[in-house]
Design a protein around this ligand. Structure first.
Ligand code: HEM
Length: 178
Protein backbone atom coordinates (compact mmCIF):
# COMPACT_ATOMS: atom_id res chain seq x y z
CA UNK A 1 0.00 0.00 0.00
CA UNK A 2 1.24 3.48 -0.84
CA UNK A 3 2.50 5.57 2.10
CA UNK A 4 2.32 9.35 2.46
CA UNK A 5 6.12 9.44 2.63
CA UNK A 6 6.42 7.77 -0.80
CA UNK A 7 7.47 9.75 -3.85
CA UNK A 8 4.02 10.00 -5.47
CA UNK A 9 2.12 11.82 -2.66
CA UNK A 10 5.07 14.24 -2.57
CA UNK A 11 4.67 14.91 -6.29
CA UNK A 12 0.93 15.54 -5.73
CA UNK A 13 1.67 17.88 -2.82
CA UNK A 14 4.14 19.85 -4.95
CA UNK A 15 1.58 20.01 -7.75
CA UNK A 16 -1.06 21.38 -5.35
CA UNK A 17 1.44 23.94 -4.06
CA UNK A 18 2.25 25.06 -7.64
CA UNK A 19 -1.47 25.27 -8.33
CA UNK A 20 -1.96 27.44 -5.22
CA UNK A 21 0.91 29.72 -6.29
CA UNK A 22 -0.48 30.07 -9.83
CA UNK A 23 -3.93 30.77 -8.31
CA UNK A 24 -2.43 33.52 -6.11
CA UNK A 25 -0.50 35.01 -9.05
CA UNK A 26 -3.66 35.05 -11.24
CA UNK A 27 -5.67 36.55 -8.36
CA UNK A 28 -3.00 39.23 -7.98
CA UNK A 29 -2.95 40.02 -11.72
CA UNK A 30 -6.78 39.95 -11.79
CA UNK A 31 -6.92 42.43 -8.90
CA UNK A 32 -4.54 44.84 -10.67
CA UNK A 33 -6.54 44.64 -13.90
CA UNK A 34 -9.89 45.04 -12.09
CA UNK A 35 -8.32 47.77 -9.91
CA UNK A 36 -11.12 48.05 -7.31
CA UNK A 37 -11.23 51.12 -5.01
CA UNK A 38 -10.27 48.88 -2.12
CA UNK A 39 -7.34 47.17 -3.90
CA UNK A 40 -5.18 47.98 -0.85
CA UNK A 41 -7.51 45.97 1.43
CA UNK A 42 -7.47 43.00 -0.98
CA UNK A 43 -3.67 43.02 -1.00
CA UNK A 44 -3.67 43.33 2.80
CA UNK A 45 -5.98 40.28 3.07
CA UNK A 46 -3.61 38.26 0.83
CA UNK A 47 -0.65 39.52 2.91
CA UNK A 48 -2.29 38.22 6.12
CA UNK A 49 -3.10 34.83 4.48
CA UNK A 50 0.58 34.49 3.45
CA UNK A 51 1.77 35.59 6.91
CA UNK A 52 -0.41 32.97 8.66
CA UNK A 53 0.92 30.20 6.37
CA UNK A 54 4.54 31.27 6.91
CA UNK A 55 4.14 31.51 10.69
CA UNK A 56 2.46 28.08 10.85
CA UNK A 57 5.62 26.60 9.28
CA UNK A 58 8.01 28.63 11.48
CA UNK A 59 6.16 27.40 14.59
CA UNK A 60 5.94 23.76 13.50
CA UNK A 61 9.44 23.19 12.09
CA UNK A 62 11.36 23.37 15.42
CA UNK A 63 8.76 20.97 16.93
CA UNK A 64 9.67 18.48 14.19
CA UNK A 65 13.38 19.05 14.98
CA UNK A 66 12.74 18.28 18.69
CA UNK A 67 11.26 14.85 17.86
CA UNK A 68 13.72 14.24 15.03
CA UNK A 69 16.67 14.77 17.43
CA UNK A 70 15.35 11.88 19.57
CA UNK A 71 14.94 9.52 16.57
CA UNK A 72 17.75 7.07 15.81
CA UNK A 73 19.51 8.03 12.50
CA UNK A 74 18.46 5.60 9.78
CA UNK A 75 15.27 4.57 11.66
CA UNK A 76 11.84 4.70 10.03
CA UNK A 77 10.87 7.65 12.26
CA UNK A 78 13.98 9.60 11.29
CA UNK A 79 13.33 9.08 7.58
CA UNK A 80 9.67 10.10 8.05
CA UNK A 81 10.71 13.33 9.80
CA UNK A 82 13.05 14.10 6.88
CA UNK A 83 10.12 13.91 4.44
CA UNK A 84 7.90 16.02 6.73
CA UNK A 85 10.59 18.69 7.15
CA UNK A 86 11.47 18.84 3.46
CA UNK A 87 7.85 19.15 2.35
CA UNK A 88 6.96 21.72 5.04
CA UNK A 89 9.91 23.87 3.96
CA UNK A 90 9.51 23.61 0.19
CA UNK A 91 5.74 23.42 -0.16
CA UNK A 92 4.53 25.78 2.58
CA UNK A 93 7.26 27.94 4.08
CA UNK A 94 9.33 29.07 1.07
CA UNK A 95 6.36 30.18 -1.09
CA UNK A 96 4.56 31.75 1.92
CA UNK A 97 7.67 33.75 2.86
CA UNK A 98 8.07 35.06 -0.69
CA UNK A 99 4.41 36.11 -0.88
CA UNK A 100 4.58 37.79 2.56
CA UNK A 101 7.57 39.87 1.43
CA UNK A 102 6.19 40.82 -2.01
CA UNK A 103 2.74 41.79 -0.70
CA UNK A 104 4.13 43.50 2.45
CA UNK A 105 6.57 45.59 0.39
CA UNK A 106 3.72 46.59 -1.95
CA UNK A 107 1.62 47.75 1.06
CA UNK A 108 4.60 49.61 2.54
CA UNK A 109 5.30 51.38 -0.77
CA UNK A 110 1.76 52.11 -2.02
CA UNK A 111 0.32 53.85 1.04
CA UNK A 112 3.21 54.61 3.38
CA UNK A 113 5.95 55.37 0.82
CA UNK A 114 8.28 53.38 3.10
CA UNK A 115 7.90 56.12 5.77
CA UNK A 116 7.31 55.62 9.51
CA UNK A 117 9.36 54.43 12.49
CA UNK A 118 6.97 51.50 13.10
CA UNK A 119 7.42 50.37 9.47
CA UNK A 120 11.21 50.51 9.62
CA UNK A 121 11.20 48.60 12.93
CA UNK A 122 8.76 46.08 11.48
CA UNK A 123 10.86 45.47 8.37
CA UNK A 124 13.98 45.05 10.59
CA UNK A 125 12.16 42.39 12.65
CA UNK A 126 10.90 40.64 9.49
CA UNK A 127 14.54 40.51 8.32
CA UNK A 128 15.34 38.71 11.60
CA UNK A 129 12.39 36.36 11.01
CA UNK A 130 13.85 35.63 7.57
CA UNK A 131 17.23 34.88 9.17
CA UNK A 132 15.43 32.35 11.44
CA UNK A 133 13.82 30.86 8.29
CA UNK A 134 17.22 30.47 6.57
CA UNK A 135 18.65 28.97 9.77
CA UNK A 136 15.81 26.40 9.87
CA UNK A 137 16.26 25.54 6.19
CA UNK A 138 19.98 24.89 6.80
CA UNK A 139 18.99 22.65 9.74
CA UNK A 140 16.63 20.72 7.42
CA UNK A 141 19.64 20.00 5.19
CA UNK A 142 21.78 18.99 8.21
CA UNK A 143 19.04 16.59 9.43
CA UNK A 144 18.76 15.27 5.86
CA UNK A 145 22.44 14.22 6.03
CA UNK A 146 21.99 12.92 9.64
CA UNK A 147 24.42 15.61 10.75
CA UNK A 148 22.36 17.48 13.36
CA UNK A 149 24.59 18.11 16.39
CA UNK A 150 22.11 20.18 18.41
CA UNK A 151 20.06 18.93 21.39
CA UNK A 152 16.27 18.72 21.73
CA UNK A 153 16.57 21.38 24.44
CA UNK A 154 18.25 23.72 21.98
CA UNK A 155 15.42 23.26 19.45
CA UNK A 156 12.85 23.82 22.21
CA UNK A 157 14.60 27.12 22.93
CA UNK A 158 14.70 28.03 19.19
CA UNK A 159 10.96 27.48 19.11
CA UNK A 160 10.57 30.77 21.01
CA UNK A 161 12.38 32.98 18.45
CA UNK A 162 9.56 33.16 15.86
CA UNK A 163 6.99 33.56 18.65
CA UNK A 164 8.68 36.62 20.19
CA UNK A 165 9.31 38.19 16.76
CA UNK A 166 5.69 37.61 15.66
CA UNK A 167 4.29 39.28 18.83
CA UNK A 168 6.50 42.36 18.35
CA UNK A 169 5.73 42.60 14.59
CA UNK A 170 1.95 42.44 15.10
CA UNK A 171 2.05 45.09 17.87
CA UNK A 172 4.17 47.37 15.64
CA UNK A 173 1.88 47.10 12.60
CA UNK A 174 -1.45 47.34 14.49
CA UNK A 175 -0.63 49.88 17.26
CA UNK A 176 2.03 51.81 15.25
CA UNK A 177 3.47 53.18 18.54
CA UNK A 178 6.02 55.48 16.82
C1 HEM B 1 8.98 42.73 4.88
C2 HEM B 1 7.86 42.19 5.12
C3 HEM B 1 6.64 42.96 5.51
C4 HEM B 1 6.29 44.25 5.19
C5 HEM B 1 7.06 45.26 4.36
C6 HEM B 1 5.00 44.49 5.77
C7 HEM B 1 4.28 45.66 5.66
C8 HEM B 1 2.95 45.81 6.02
C9 HEM B 1 2.14 46.98 5.81
C10 HEM B 1 2.63 48.30 5.17
C11 HEM B 1 0.91 46.73 6.28
C12 HEM B 1 -0.33 47.66 6.22
C13 HEM B 1 -0.51 48.35 7.54
C14 HEM B 1 -1.82 49.14 7.57
O1 HEM B 1 -2.52 49.20 6.56
O2 HEM B 1 -2.14 49.65 8.64
C15 HEM B 1 0.91 45.38 6.80
C16 HEM B 1 -0.17 44.75 7.39
C17 HEM B 1 -0.04 43.68 8.24
N1 HEM B 1 1.10 42.91 8.41
FE1 HEM B 1 2.83 43.09 7.37
N2 HEM B 1 4.61 43.36 6.45
C18 HEM B 1 5.59 42.42 6.34
C19 HEM B 1 5.61 41.17 6.95
C20 HEM B 1 4.72 40.80 7.97
C21 HEM B 1 4.89 39.71 8.89
C22 HEM B 1 6.09 38.76 8.92
C23 HEM B 1 3.80 39.71 9.74
C24 HEM B 1 3.47 38.82 10.91
C25 HEM B 1 4.33 38.09 11.59
C26 HEM B 1 2.93 40.76 9.31
C27 HEM B 1 1.72 41.04 9.88
C28 HEM B 1 0.83 41.97 9.39
C29 HEM B 1 -0.54 42.14 9.87
C30 HEM B 1 -1.23 41.32 10.96
C31 HEM B 1 -1.09 43.21 9.14
C32 HEM B 1 -2.51 43.81 9.26
C33 HEM B 1 -2.47 45.03 10.18
C34 HEM B 1 -3.75 45.85 10.17
O3 HEM B 1 -4.53 45.80 9.21
O4 HEM B 1 -4.00 46.57 11.16
N3 HEM B 1 3.53 41.42 8.25
N4 HEM B 1 2.17 44.85 6.63
Amino acid sequence: MEKQTDERPGVYARRRAHFALIFFALLGIGLFVWNPDNLYLWIKALHIIAVISWMAGLFYMPRLFIYHTDAEPGSVQSETFKVMERRLLRIIMNPAMMLTWILGLYLAWSVYGFQGGWLHAKIALVVLLTVVHVFFSRAVRAFERDENRRSARYWRFMNEAPTVLMILIVILVVVKPF
